[in-house]
Design a protein around this ligand. Structure first.
Ligand code: ADP
Ligand code: MG
Length: 448
Protein backbone atom coordinates (compact mmCIF):
# COMPACT_ATOMS: atom_id res chain seq x y z
CA UNK A 1 0.00 0.00 0.00
CA UNK A 2 2.66 2.50 1.02
CA UNK A 3 4.58 1.78 -2.15
CA UNK A 4 1.39 2.33 -4.10
CA UNK A 5 0.86 5.67 -2.39
CA UNK A 6 4.39 6.84 -3.18
CA UNK A 7 4.03 5.77 -6.79
CA UNK A 8 0.83 7.72 -7.02
CA UNK A 9 2.56 10.85 -5.78
CA UNK A 10 5.28 10.26 -8.30
CA UNK A 11 2.90 9.87 -11.20
CA UNK A 12 0.56 12.66 -10.37
CA UNK A 13 3.29 15.18 -9.78
CA UNK A 14 5.56 13.93 -12.52
CA UNK A 15 8.45 13.47 -10.17
CA UNK A 16 11.68 12.37 -11.78
CA UNK A 17 13.36 9.16 -10.74
CA UNK A 18 16.21 10.98 -9.14
CA UNK A 19 13.99 13.19 -7.01
CA UNK A 20 11.87 10.22 -6.13
CA UNK A 21 14.88 8.21 -4.97
CA UNK A 22 16.23 11.13 -3.01
CA UNK A 23 13.15 12.40 -1.26
CA UNK A 24 10.38 9.86 -1.35
CA UNK A 25 12.02 6.47 -1.34
CA UNK A 26 13.61 6.98 2.13
CA UNK A 27 10.23 7.62 3.69
CA UNK A 28 8.51 4.92 5.61
CA UNK A 29 5.53 4.72 7.84
CA UNK A 30 6.64 4.63 11.41
CA UNK A 31 3.42 4.69 13.34
CA UNK A 32 -0.25 5.54 13.28
CA UNK A 33 -1.80 7.25 16.23
CA UNK A 34 -5.34 8.49 16.30
CA UNK A 35 -5.62 10.23 13.03
CA UNK A 36 -1.97 10.93 12.41
CA UNK A 37 0.46 8.97 10.34
CA UNK A 38 4.06 9.43 11.43
CA UNK A 39 6.34 9.11 8.49
CA UNK A 40 9.97 8.52 9.20
CA UNK A 41 12.71 10.04 7.11
CA UNK A 42 15.64 7.76 7.58
CA UNK A 43 18.45 10.11 6.61
CA UNK A 44 19.38 13.69 7.27
CA UNK A 45 17.65 16.26 9.33
CA UNK A 46 18.02 18.99 6.70
CA UNK A 47 15.81 17.31 4.21
CA UNK A 48 12.82 17.26 6.46
CA UNK A 49 11.87 20.89 6.01
CA UNK A 50 12.18 20.57 2.31
CA UNK A 51 10.06 17.45 2.21
CA UNK A 52 7.51 19.05 4.42
CA UNK A 53 7.27 22.02 2.15
CA UNK A 54 7.18 20.19 -1.09
CA UNK A 55 5.59 16.81 -0.47
CA UNK A 56 3.31 17.26 2.51
CA UNK A 57 0.18 17.92 0.53
CA UNK A 58 0.82 15.51 -2.35
CA UNK A 59 1.41 12.67 0.09
CA UNK A 60 -1.56 13.56 2.20
CA UNK A 61 -3.83 13.65 -0.82
CA UNK A 62 -2.44 10.41 -2.22
CA UNK A 63 -3.09 8.66 1.09
CA UNK A 64 -6.64 9.91 1.18
CA UNK A 65 -7.25 8.86 -2.40
CA UNK A 66 -5.68 5.46 -2.02
CA UNK A 67 -7.25 4.36 1.22
CA UNK A 68 -10.25 6.61 1.37
CA UNK A 69 -9.42 8.15 4.74
CA UNK A 70 -7.88 11.49 5.50
CA UNK A 71 -4.93 11.20 7.80
CA UNK A 72 -2.98 14.05 9.24
CA UNK A 73 0.65 13.38 8.43
CA UNK A 74 3.81 14.28 10.25
CA UNK A 75 7.36 13.73 9.09
CA UNK A 76 9.77 12.71 11.78
CA UNK A 77 13.49 12.09 12.02
CA UNK A 78 15.12 9.15 13.75
CA UNK A 79 15.83 11.43 16.72
CA UNK A 80 12.14 12.06 17.18
CA UNK A 81 11.24 8.41 17.37
CA UNK A 82 12.54 8.00 20.93
CA UNK A 83 9.19 8.27 22.61
CA UNK A 84 7.34 6.37 20.04
CA UNK A 85 7.16 2.73 19.25
CA UNK A 86 7.45 1.77 15.65
CA UNK A 87 4.89 -0.35 13.95
CA UNK A 88 6.86 -3.50 14.49
CA UNK A 89 5.89 -5.30 11.40
CA UNK A 90 3.90 -4.09 8.50
CA UNK A 91 0.89 -6.28 9.05
CA UNK A 92 -0.98 -4.31 11.72
CA UNK A 93 -0.46 -1.25 9.65
CA UNK A 94 -1.72 -2.95 6.57
CA UNK A 95 -4.62 -4.24 8.53
CA UNK A 96 -5.44 -0.77 9.61
CA UNK A 97 -5.14 0.53 6.10
CA UNK A 98 -7.24 -2.28 4.72
CA UNK A 99 -9.81 -1.74 7.39
CA UNK A 100 -10.13 1.91 6.76
CA UNK A 101 -10.30 1.27 3.05
CA UNK A 102 -13.03 -1.26 3.63
CA UNK A 103 -14.97 1.08 5.80
CA UNK A 104 -14.93 3.65 3.10
CA UNK A 105 -15.67 1.70 -0.01
CA UNK A 106 -17.82 4.52 -1.32
CA UNK A 107 -20.67 3.57 0.96
CA UNK A 108 -22.90 6.17 2.51
CA UNK A 109 -22.73 5.54 6.26
CA UNK A 110 -26.40 6.42 6.68
CA UNK A 111 -27.63 3.81 4.26
CA UNK A 112 -27.86 0.73 6.46
CA UNK A 113 -30.50 -1.89 7.17
CA UNK A 114 -31.05 -0.17 10.52
CA UNK A 115 -32.23 3.02 8.94
CA UNK A 116 -34.29 1.32 6.25
CA UNK A 117 -38.02 1.22 6.92
CA UNK A 118 -39.64 -1.95 5.68
CA UNK A 119 -43.09 -1.59 4.16
CA UNK A 120 -45.29 -3.44 1.74
CA UNK A 121 -43.60 -1.70 -1.19
CA UNK A 122 -40.13 -3.02 -0.42
CA UNK A 123 -40.61 -6.08 1.80
CA UNK A 124 -39.52 -8.53 -0.85
CA UNK A 125 -36.53 -6.49 -2.00
CA UNK A 126 -35.53 -6.01 1.62
CA UNK A 127 -35.56 -9.71 2.49
CA UNK A 128 -33.77 -10.61 -0.73
CA UNK A 129 -31.10 -8.03 0.13
CA UNK A 130 -30.70 -9.34 3.63
CA UNK A 131 -30.35 -12.89 2.33
CA UNK A 132 -27.63 -11.78 -0.07
CA UNK A 133 -25.90 -9.84 2.69
CA UNK A 134 -25.89 -12.88 4.93
CA UNK A 135 -24.64 -15.28 2.27
CA UNK A 136 -22.92 -13.35 -0.48
CA UNK A 137 -22.41 -15.36 -3.63
CA UNK A 138 -24.67 -18.10 -2.36
CA UNK A 139 -28.22 -16.88 -1.95
CA UNK A 140 -29.13 -15.14 -5.17
CA UNK A 141 -26.68 -14.16 -7.82
CA UNK A 142 -27.05 -11.65 -9.32
CA UNK A 143 -29.51 -9.72 -7.22
CA UNK A 144 -31.29 -7.25 -9.46
CA UNK A 145 -33.23 -4.52 -7.66
CA UNK A 146 -35.39 -2.23 -9.73
CA UNK A 147 -37.86 0.58 -9.23
CA UNK A 148 -38.48 4.26 -9.86
CA UNK A 149 -36.30 7.11 -8.64
CA UNK A 150 -36.03 7.87 -4.96
CA UNK A 151 -37.54 4.61 -3.76
CA UNK A 152 -34.58 3.21 -1.87
CA UNK A 153 -32.57 1.13 -4.35
CA UNK A 154 -29.25 2.74 -3.53
CA UNK A 155 -30.03 2.68 0.17
CA UNK A 156 -30.66 -1.07 0.08
CA UNK A 157 -27.57 -1.71 -1.97
CA UNK A 158 -25.32 0.17 0.45
CA UNK A 159 -27.00 -1.66 3.34
CA UNK A 160 -25.86 -4.95 1.86
CA UNK A 161 -22.33 -3.60 1.54
CA UNK A 162 -22.19 -2.42 5.15
CA UNK A 163 -23.58 -5.68 6.40
CA UNK A 164 -21.01 -7.73 4.53
CA UNK A 165 -18.15 -5.52 5.71
CA UNK A 166 -19.35 -5.72 9.29
CA UNK A 167 -19.19 -9.49 9.07
CA UNK A 168 -15.90 -9.50 7.28
CA UNK A 169 -13.81 -6.34 7.17
CA UNK A 170 -11.51 -7.94 4.64
CA UNK A 171 -14.22 -8.54 2.07
CA UNK A 172 -13.55 -6.59 -1.07
CA UNK A 173 -16.74 -4.69 -1.68
CA UNK A 174 -16.84 -2.39 -4.65
CA UNK A 175 -19.69 0.02 -5.25
CA UNK A 176 -19.85 2.04 -8.45
CA UNK A 177 -22.51 3.72 -10.47
CA UNK A 178 -22.81 2.40 -13.98
CA UNK A 179 -21.74 5.78 -15.14
CA UNK A 180 -18.44 5.55 -13.25
CA UNK A 181 -17.95 2.16 -14.78
CA UNK A 182 -18.69 3.56 -18.24
CA UNK A 183 -16.26 6.40 -17.71
CA UNK A 184 -13.50 4.02 -16.75
CA UNK A 185 -14.12 1.96 -19.84
CA UNK A 186 -14.09 5.05 -22.04
CA UNK A 187 -10.87 6.18 -20.45
CA UNK A 188 -9.25 2.85 -21.23
CA UNK A 189 -10.28 3.02 -24.81
CA UNK A 190 -9.07 6.55 -25.22
CA UNK A 191 -5.80 6.00 -23.52
CA UNK A 192 -2.86 5.38 -25.83
CA UNK A 193 -1.46 3.06 -23.25
CA UNK A 194 -4.67 1.17 -23.19
CA UNK A 195 -3.37 -2.34 -22.71
CA UNK A 196 -2.04 -1.47 -19.26
CA UNK A 197 -5.08 0.61 -18.43
CA UNK A 198 -7.36 -2.17 -19.50
CA UNK A 199 -5.59 -4.71 -17.38
CA UNK A 200 -5.79 -2.35 -14.40
CA UNK A 201 -9.51 -2.02 -14.96
CA UNK A 202 -9.93 -5.77 -15.16
CA UNK A 203 -7.86 -6.20 -12.09
CA UNK A 204 -10.02 -3.77 -10.22
CA UNK A 205 -13.35 -5.27 -11.19
CA UNK A 206 -12.58 -8.93 -11.45
CA UNK A 207 -10.89 -9.44 -8.11
CA UNK A 208 -13.65 -8.24 -5.82
CA UNK A 209 -15.88 -10.34 -3.63
CA UNK A 210 -18.92 -8.16 -4.10
CA UNK A 211 -19.56 -5.91 -7.06
CA UNK A 212 -22.40 -3.45 -6.84
CA UNK A 213 -23.35 -1.46 -9.90
CA UNK A 214 -25.97 1.19 -9.33
CA UNK A 215 -28.34 2.47 -12.01
CA UNK A 216 -27.28 -0.01 -14.66
CA UNK A 217 -29.84 1.48 -17.07
CA UNK A 218 -27.17 3.93 -18.17
CA UNK A 219 -25.28 1.22 -20.02
CA UNK A 220 -28.14 0.93 -22.48
CA UNK A 221 -26.84 1.62 -25.94
CA UNK A 222 -23.17 1.68 -24.90
CA UNK A 223 -21.58 -1.21 -26.66
CA UNK A 224 -18.06 -1.16 -25.31
CA UNK A 225 -19.32 -0.80 -21.77
CA UNK A 226 -21.73 -3.65 -22.24
CA UNK A 227 -18.97 -5.80 -23.61
CA UNK A 228 -16.71 -5.10 -20.64
CA UNK A 229 -19.55 -5.57 -18.22
CA UNK A 230 -20.45 -8.90 -19.78
CA UNK A 231 -16.96 -10.29 -19.26
CA UNK A 232 -16.70 -8.86 -15.78
CA UNK A 233 -19.99 -10.44 -14.91
CA UNK A 234 -18.92 -13.85 -16.19
CA UNK A 235 -15.57 -13.70 -14.46
CA UNK A 236 -17.15 -12.92 -11.11
CA UNK A 237 -20.01 -15.32 -11.51
CA UNK A 238 -17.73 -18.28 -12.22
CA UNK A 239 -15.74 -17.48 -9.09
CA UNK A 240 -18.94 -17.39 -7.05
CA UNK A 241 -18.59 -13.70 -6.30
CA UNK A 242 -21.69 -11.68 -5.56
CA UNK A 243 -23.08 -9.23 -8.08
CA UNK A 244 -25.76 -6.72 -7.19
CA UNK A 245 -27.38 -4.46 -9.70
CA UNK A 246 -29.99 -1.77 -9.54
CA UNK A 247 -31.97 -0.27 -12.36
CA UNK A 248 -34.94 1.94 -12.87
CA UNK A 249 -36.60 -0.77 -14.90
CA UNK A 250 -36.87 -4.54 -15.16
CA UNK A 251 -34.49 -6.30 -17.57
CA UNK A 252 -37.21 -6.84 -20.17
CA UNK A 253 -37.67 -3.08 -20.50
CA UNK A 254 -33.98 -2.34 -20.89
CA UNK A 255 -33.88 -1.45 -24.58
CA UNK A 256 -31.69 -1.70 -26.53
CA UNK A 257 -29.57 -4.13 -24.58
CA UNK A 258 -27.70 -7.15 -25.74
CA UNK A 259 -29.75 -10.27 -25.16
CA UNK A 260 -26.90 -12.13 -23.48
CA UNK A 261 -26.68 -9.42 -20.85
CA UNK A 262 -30.41 -9.28 -20.29
CA UNK A 263 -30.52 -13.00 -19.78
CA UNK A 264 -27.78 -12.74 -17.16
CA UNK A 265 -29.74 -10.15 -15.25
CA UNK A 266 -32.56 -12.64 -15.10
CA UNK A 267 -30.40 -15.50 -13.86
CA UNK A 268 -30.57 -14.61 -10.21
CA UNK A 269 -33.33 -12.88 -8.36
CA UNK A 270 -35.22 -9.82 -9.48
CA UNK A 271 -36.87 -7.72 -6.82
CA UNK A 272 -38.83 -4.59 -7.43
CA UNK A 273 -39.41 -1.69 -5.09
CA UNK A 274 -42.72 0.06 -5.49
CA UNK A 275 -44.23 3.28 -4.31
CA UNK A 276 -44.67 3.33 -0.51
CA UNK A 277 -48.16 3.32 0.95
CA UNK A 278 -49.32 5.92 3.42
CA UNK A 279 -48.27 3.97 6.53
CA UNK A 280 -44.80 3.42 5.16
CA UNK A 281 -44.46 7.08 4.25
CA UNK A 282 -45.45 8.08 7.76
CA UNK A 283 -43.08 5.51 9.25
CA UNK A 284 -40.21 6.86 7.16
CA UNK A 285 -40.96 10.42 8.24
CA UNK A 286 -41.19 9.37 11.89
CA UNK A 287 -37.94 7.48 11.74
CA UNK A 288 -36.22 10.42 10.20
CA UNK A 289 -37.36 12.97 12.73
CA UNK A 290 -36.40 10.60 15.47
CA UNK A 291 -32.90 10.33 14.04
CA UNK A 292 -32.62 14.06 13.64
CA UNK A 293 -34.03 14.72 17.10
CA UNK A 294 -36.60 16.97 15.64
CA UNK A 295 -40.13 17.48 16.83
CA UNK A 296 -42.97 18.10 14.51
CA UNK A 297 -46.66 17.51 14.96
CA UNK A 298 -48.64 14.77 13.32
CA UNK A 299 -50.81 17.12 11.36
CA UNK A 300 -47.78 18.42 9.49
CA UNK A 301 -46.32 14.93 9.00
CA UNK A 302 -49.66 13.83 7.68
CA UNK A 303 -49.74 16.77 5.31
CA UNK A 304 -46.37 15.76 3.87
CA UNK A 305 -47.24 12.07 3.66
CA UNK A 306 -50.56 12.80 1.97
CA UNK A 307 -49.02 14.99 -0.67
CA UNK A 308 -45.72 13.39 -1.55
CA UNK A 309 -46.42 9.88 -2.64
CA UNK A 310 -44.08 8.55 -5.18
CA UNK A 311 -40.57 9.53 -4.19
CA UNK A 312 -38.97 9.05 -0.79
CA UNK A 313 -36.16 11.43 -1.63
CA UNK A 314 -38.76 14.17 -2.05
CA UNK A 315 -40.50 13.07 1.10
CA UNK A 316 -37.27 13.52 3.00
CA UNK A 317 -36.54 16.71 1.12
CA UNK A 318 -39.76 18.22 2.40
CA UNK A 319 -38.88 17.33 5.95
CA UNK A 320 -35.37 18.70 5.56
CA UNK A 321 -36.74 21.93 4.32
CA UNK A 322 -38.88 22.32 7.43
CA UNK A 323 -35.95 21.34 9.60
CA UNK A 324 -33.80 23.99 7.98
CA UNK A 325 -36.54 26.56 8.42
CA UNK A 326 -36.84 25.68 12.08
CA UNK A 327 -33.10 25.90 12.63
CA UNK A 328 -32.85 29.28 10.98
CA UNK A 329 -35.92 30.91 12.46
CA UNK A 330 -36.31 28.99 15.67
CA UNK A 331 -40.05 29.00 15.01
CA UNK A 332 -42.24 25.98 15.55
CA UNK A 333 -43.44 24.28 12.45
CA UNK A 334 -47.15 24.99 12.27
CA UNK A 335 -49.41 23.97 9.41
CA UNK A 336 -49.23 27.48 8.02
CA UNK A 337 -45.48 27.41 8.00
CA UNK A 338 -45.47 23.97 6.38
CA UNK A 339 -47.90 24.95 3.65
CA UNK A 340 -45.95 28.05 2.90
CA UNK A 341 -42.50 26.47 2.99
CA UNK A 342 -43.48 23.44 0.97
CA UNK A 343 -45.45 25.11 -1.76
CA UNK A 344 -42.71 24.54 -4.31
CA UNK A 345 -42.42 20.90 -3.43
CA UNK A 346 -46.06 20.09 -3.07
CA UNK A 347 -47.53 21.06 -6.38
CA UNK A 348 -50.18 18.45 -6.96
CA UNK A 349 -50.91 18.72 -10.65
CA UNK A 350 -48.13 20.79 -12.08
CA UNK A 351 -45.27 19.03 -13.81
CA UNK A 352 -42.10 19.63 -11.90
CA UNK A 353 -40.43 22.87 -12.74
CA UNK A 354 -36.71 22.82 -13.36
CA UNK A 355 -35.24 25.28 -10.90
CA UNK A 356 -31.68 26.04 -9.94
CA UNK A 357 -32.49 24.69 -6.50
CA UNK A 358 -33.55 21.38 -8.00
CA UNK A 359 -30.41 21.23 -10.13
CA UNK A 360 -28.17 21.82 -7.13
CA UNK A 361 -29.96 19.10 -5.22
CA UNK A 362 -29.65 16.61 -8.03
CA UNK A 363 -25.96 17.36 -8.59
CA UNK A 364 -25.27 17.04 -4.86
CA UNK A 365 -27.14 13.78 -4.76
CA UNK A 366 -25.33 12.51 -7.81
CA UNK A 367 -21.94 13.04 -6.19
CA UNK A 368 -23.07 11.99 -2.78
CA UNK A 369 -22.43 15.47 -1.40
CA UNK A 370 -24.57 17.47 0.97
CA UNK A 371 -26.05 20.82 0.01
CA UNK A 372 -23.85 22.34 2.69
CA UNK A 373 -20.78 21.03 0.93
CA UNK A 374 -22.04 22.37 -2.39
CA UNK A 375 -22.42 25.87 -1.03
CA UNK A 376 -19.37 25.77 1.22
CA UNK A 377 -16.08 27.54 0.60
CA UNK A 378 -14.36 24.19 0.25
CA UNK A 379 -12.40 24.17 -2.99
CA UNK A 380 -11.15 20.62 -3.04
CA UNK A 381 -11.57 19.11 -6.45
CA UNK A 382 -14.20 16.60 -5.36
CA UNK A 383 -16.49 19.42 -4.38
CA UNK A 384 -15.41 22.25 -6.65
CA UNK A 385 -16.01 20.27 -9.81
CA UNK A 386 -19.59 19.26 -8.95
CA UNK A 387 -20.20 22.84 -7.89
CA UNK A 388 -19.06 24.10 -11.30
CA UNK A 389 -21.20 21.49 -13.00
CA UNK A 390 -24.16 22.81 -11.02
CA UNK A 391 -23.32 26.34 -12.20
CA UNK A 392 -23.17 25.16 -15.77
CA UNK A 393 -26.46 23.29 -15.58
CA UNK A 394 -28.25 26.16 -13.83
CA UNK A 395 -27.06 28.47 -16.57
CA UNK A 396 -27.98 26.17 -19.45
CA UNK A 397 -31.19 24.61 -18.14
CA UNK A 398 -32.90 27.56 -16.46
CA UNK A 399 -33.37 31.27 -17.03
CA UNK A 400 -31.93 32.12 -13.63
CA UNK A 401 -29.73 35.21 -13.67
CA UNK A 402 -26.10 34.60 -12.72
CA UNK A 403 -26.47 36.50 -9.48
CA UNK A 404 -29.34 34.29 -8.43
CA UNK A 405 -27.32 31.18 -9.18
CA UNK A 406 -24.43 32.65 -7.23
CA UNK A 407 -26.50 33.39 -4.21
CA UNK A 408 -28.03 29.91 -4.20
CA UNK A 409 -24.52 28.53 -4.32
CA UNK A 410 -23.43 30.11 -1.10
CA UNK A 411 -23.27 33.76 -2.12
CA UNK A 412 -20.74 33.52 -4.92
CA UNK A 413 -20.38 36.54 -7.15
CA UNK A 414 -21.31 36.44 -10.75
CA UNK A 415 -17.77 36.37 -12.10
CA UNK A 416 -17.23 33.12 -10.20
CA UNK A 417 -20.30 31.70 -11.88
CA UNK A 418 -19.14 32.87 -15.32
CA UNK A 419 -15.80 31.24 -14.70
CA UNK A 420 -17.42 27.98 -13.60
CA UNK A 421 -19.76 27.90 -16.57
CA UNK A 422 -17.00 28.56 -19.07
CA UNK A 423 -14.69 25.98 -17.51
CA UNK A 424 -17.31 23.30 -17.83
CA UNK A 425 -18.35 24.45 -21.30
CA UNK A 426 -14.79 23.95 -22.50
CA UNK A 427 -14.33 20.65 -20.70
CA UNK A 428 -17.61 19.37 -22.00
CA UNK A 429 -16.29 19.40 -25.54
CA UNK A 430 -12.80 18.22 -24.66
CA UNK A 431 -13.58 15.48 -22.23
CA UNK A 432 -15.94 12.66 -23.17
CA UNK A 433 -16.21 11.42 -19.60
CA UNK A 434 -17.40 14.75 -18.35
CA UNK A 435 -19.84 14.94 -21.20
CA UNK A 436 -21.17 11.54 -20.23
CA UNK A 437 -21.56 12.60 -16.62
CA UNK A 438 -23.34 15.78 -17.51
CA UNK A 439 -25.75 14.02 -19.81
CA UNK A 440 -26.53 11.55 -17.05
CA UNK A 441 -27.18 14.31 -14.55
CA UNK A 442 -29.39 16.09 -17.07
CA UNK A 443 -31.49 12.98 -17.39
CA UNK A 444 -31.83 12.84 -13.64
CA UNK A 445 -32.96 16.45 -13.57
CA UNK A 446 -35.35 16.09 -16.42
CA UNK A 447 -36.24 12.47 -17.14
CA UNK A 448 -38.56 13.34 -20.03
P1 ADP B 1 -33.04 5.32 -5.41
O1 ADP B 1 -31.65 4.78 -5.41
O2 ADP B 1 -34.07 4.25 -5.59
O3 ADP B 1 -33.25 6.46 -6.33
P2 ADP B 1 -32.35 6.07 -2.73
O4 ADP B 1 -31.90 4.76 -2.20
O5 ADP B 1 -31.31 7.06 -3.07
O6 ADP B 1 -33.33 5.88 -3.95
O7 ADP B 1 -33.37 6.69 -1.66
C1 ADP B 1 -33.71 8.06 -1.67
C2 ADP B 1 -33.77 8.56 -0.24
O8 ADP B 1 -34.86 7.96 0.42
C3 ADP B 1 -32.53 8.20 0.55
O9 ADP B 1 -32.20 9.27 1.39
C4 ADP B 1 -32.96 6.99 1.36
O10 ADP B 1 -32.28 6.92 2.60
C5 ADP B 1 -34.44 7.24 1.57
N1 ADP B 1 -35.19 5.99 1.63
C6 ADP B 1 -35.63 5.27 0.60
N2 ADP B 1 -36.31 4.18 1.02
C7 ADP B 1 -36.28 4.21 2.36
C8 ADP B 1 -36.80 3.36 3.38
N3 ADP B 1 -37.51 2.28 3.09
N4 ADP B 1 -36.57 3.72 4.66
C9 ADP B 1 -35.88 4.84 4.96
N5 ADP B 1 -35.38 5.68 4.06
C10 ADP B 1 -35.56 5.38 2.77
MG1 MG C 1 -30.05 5.44 -6.56
Amino acid sequence: KWEEILQKVKEEHEITDISFDTWLRPLEIYNIKDNTLYILLKNEQVAINYINKKYYLPIKVAIAETIGVEYEIEFITPAQTKNMKPVVDASPLNKELINSAANHSNLNPNYTFDTFVVGSNNRFAHSASLAVAESPGEAYNPLYIYGGPGLGKTHLMHSIGHFILDQNPYAKVLYVTSEEFTNEVIECIRNTNNATKMSQLRDKYRTVDVLMIDDIQFIIGKEMTQEEFFHTFNALQTQGKQIIITSDKPPKDMQPLEERIRSRFEWGLMADIGVPDYETRMAILRKKIENDNFEINDEVLNYIAQNIKSNIRELEGALNKLLAYHNLSNEDITMDVAINELQNIITPDKPKEITSQLIIEVVADHYNLTIDQMISKNRSKDIAKPRQIAMYLCKTMTDSPLDAIGSLLGGRDHSTIIHGVSTITKDYEANPELKETIETIKKKINPN
